[in-house]
Ligand binder design. Structure first.
Ligand SMILES: Cc1cc2ncn([C@H]3O[C@H](COP(=O)(O)O)[C@@H](O)[C@H]3O)c2cc1C
Ligand SMILES: O=C(O)c1cccnc1
Length: 334
């Protein structure tokens, strides 16, 4: 068993003053413990982007119309989104899965897959966002993607999302599963104004009160009531990836909502996770704390699409290089 002590011992024996690489050494410990090897690998790696729409957008919680989800799906398919540029820069394989976009473009890219469950969720302000069957279907699509990535030899996996309105279900899930207060969980997302924020707080308060009443008796029904297809798919992805021994690099607030679901339904999933960053969304800190994760970066990023994880990915490469590529003090005669 490789524990933190064993990794520290290895790092302290290298040709450098002990602990001189600071927090990179903490990351090296995390990576080695997750992979259970002193020479962890970070290649090949893959980001899987799940896209879906949200009925709650009709209740006025986002600065953007749902049509933008399909536009961004087209942009990702065309290789010109932020996530596309970062994945290319970081030598990271990218896949794009439509799990429920209202206005989907015709996808032609070979890395794209259409697995739409419905044209968007129902409005969680009026009733359950989805049925338990739909939740299970989304989870299964995510799990399938994780299994395919593992079968392809991918060692580091990232889940990302695109879905206008999805910071509202993310806030609901953070309240429901991480016990965050509503006003600490609701943020401006992609640019909500004050009136939208007021509506968002009211909707999250009511929806989480309804979901909480079901949580103990029927956790999947409670979660399905306030989730999104892409969030449920990320949860299934995380649980299956963790079960298969992958290292998960966790993105922002919305991806972490998926992680909260995964940890609730498949306990232990978070042990394989490294939190890439703390998003500017105010609820992210509470969600990460609930999972016992400390973010690598606090850079005020608030995009999603796996972007924060892609930005942090080279830090994993550096940690792995430190563990594998450096001579020992004994070897140099010091
Ligand atoms: C052009 C554009 C690209 C994006 N890429 C990710 N998001 C992010 O913002 C959205 C969530 O914020 P809200 O809940 O406020 O709608 C999601 O689509 C998320 O992936 C984007 C948003 C926009 C507008
Ligand atoms: O942190 C995130 O995941 C996030 C923040 C704002 C908008 N969309 C996603």
């Amino acid at each position: 068993m490789i524990d933190v002590e064993a990794v520290r011992k290895h790092l302290d024996a290298l040709a450098k003053p002990p602990r001189s690489m600071g927090r990179l050494e903490d990351l090296a410990c995390q990576l080695a413990v997750v992979q259970q090897r002193l020479d962890p690998v970070t290649r090949p790696r893959r980001v899987v982007l799940f896209a879906g729409d949200h009925g709650v957008v009709a209740s006025g919680v986002s600065a953007w119309p749902s049509a933008v989800t399909g536009m961004m799906v087209a942009t990702i398919a065309g290789g010109r989104a932020t996530s596309s540029a970062l994945a290319k820069a970081q030598d990271c394989d990218l896949r794009l899965i439509d799990v429920g976009v209202i206005d989907p473009p015709s996808l032609v890219a070979d890395f794209a897959r259409i697995a739409a469950i419905a044209p968007g969720t129902s409005d969680l302000a009026d009733g359950p966002a989805m049925t338990v069957q739909q939740f299970d279907a989304a989870w299964a699509i995510g799990a399938e993607e994780a299994e395919a990535a593992l079968a392809g030899g991918h060692r580091v996996l990232i889940a990302g999302e695109m879905g206008i309105g999805n910071t509202t279900p993310a806030a609901c899930l953070t309240v429901l599963l991480a016990d965050a207060p509503v006003d600490g969980a609701v943020g401006r997302g992609a640019g909500a104004d004050d009136a939208m924020m007021t509506r968002k707080v009211r909707i999250v308060t009511a929806a989480t009160a309804r979901a909480r009443a079901m949580l103990d008796a029927d956790p999947r029904a409670a979660i399905a009531a306030v989730a999104g297809f892409e969030i449920a798919a990320m949860a299934g992805f995380f649980a299956a990836a963790a079960g298969g021994g992958a290292t998960l690099l966790l993105d922002g607030y919305v991806a972490t909502a998926g992680a909260l679901i995964a940890e609730r339904l498949a306990p232990g999933t978070a042990r394989t996770m490294i939190a890439a960053h703390r998003s500017a969304e105010p609820g992210h800190a509470a969600a990460l704390a609930h999972l016992g994760l400390e973010p690598l970066l606090e850079w005020d990023m608030r995009l999603g699409e796996g972007s924060g994880a892609l930005v942090a990915l080279p830090l994993l490469d550096s940690a792995a290089a430190l563990l594998s590529g450096v001579a020992t003090l004994a070897e140099i005669g010091a």
